[in-house]
Design a protein around this ligand. Structure first.
Ligand SMILES: NC(=O)C1=CN([C@@H]2O[C@H](COP(=O)(O)OP(=O)(O)OC[C@H]3O[C@@H](n4cnc5c(N)ncnc54)[C@H](O)[C@@H]3O)[C@@H](O)[C@H]2O)[C@@H](O)CC1
Ligand SMILES: [K+]
Length: 214
């Protein structure tokens, strides 16, 4: 089986790659989004006719907005639903939002009928999930799960504890997940399978060792 890492290790590796190796954070995000976009296109089970992208305030949301922009600029009907307080947004999420706005990616709100979409992309939380999910985040996750629409998660299905594979309040039940650099340890446990679906491991230039090892 491919190597897995803890959520803490994934955060440390991100920081090491940015600060010691010297690859800028936005470069990593663009590499991630291009890989995730490629996974969406390559996944025969997904119909990208009408895509809803769920966006949180952190860099998982930044990835999601980057993917939304790639979909939009390649002709796919794409809408974004932003959850969370504007003051909590990360710098890179804000930057991706500006770019999406330049391309006039549509915004929708929590009262949206999720069932009208053909694919939902989950970018609410990744390695930054810190507590049980509640409020609007939980509503969005539950609506996505109840919609019957196939969900593709970014990095870690939102609400799933990447270390233990446990559900933190509620969690996205993805049919597929693009995990960045390495799968997180809890994602490959049998109890996590209904949440991760099929896992794509995307090489974005973040390595545990000197060279990428499958
Ligand atoms: N430059 C980088 O470091 C890279 C980061 N990447 C992406 O960034 C993600 C990590 O980004 P972040 O560290 O910003 O973390 P997240 O985007 O996972 O989430 C962090 C945000 O959610 C809030 N939060 C945590 N738990 C919550 C809860 N239960 N309810 C409400 N709010 C909650 C935090 O306060 C914070 O604002 C990765 O999973 C990956 O998708 C990738 O773009 C690759 C490169
Ligand atoms: K996610």
């Amino acid at each position: 089986m491919a190597e897995t890492i803890s959520v803490q290790q994934s955060r440390e590796l991100d920081q090491k790659t940015i600060n010691e190796v010297g690859i800028p954070s936005l470069v990593l995000m663009e590499r991630a989004a291009l890989k995730i976009y490629g996974d969406l296109l390559a996944n025969d089970e997904l119909d990208l006719t009408k895509v809803l992208v769920l966006v949180g305030s952190g860099n998982n949301g930044g990835d999601a907005l980057d993917v939304a922009r790639l979909l939009e600029t390649h002709g796919f009907d794409t809408s974004v639903l932003l959850i969370g307080k504007p003051q909590s947004r990360s710098e890179q999420m804000e930057r991706q939002l500006q770019i999406c706005d330049y391309y006039q990616v549509k915004h929708v709100f929590l009262d949206e009928d999720f069932g009208q979409y053909t694919t939902i992309v989950d970018g609410l939380f990744g390695s930054g999930l810190a507590r049980a999910v509640e409020g609007d985040f939980a509503t969005a996750i539950d609506k996505a799960n109840q919609s019957g629409v196939k969900i593709h998660a970014i990095d870690i299905p939102s609400g799933l504890n990447g270390d233990s594979g446990e559900v933190m309040g509620t969690a996205v039940k993805a049919t597929s997940t693009s995990t960045l650099a390495y799968a997180k340890t809890g994602m490959v446990l049998s109890q996590a399978k209904p949440y991760t679906g099929k896992i794509f491991v995307d090489d974005i230039g973040i390595y545990l060792h000197d060279h990428y090892e499958e």
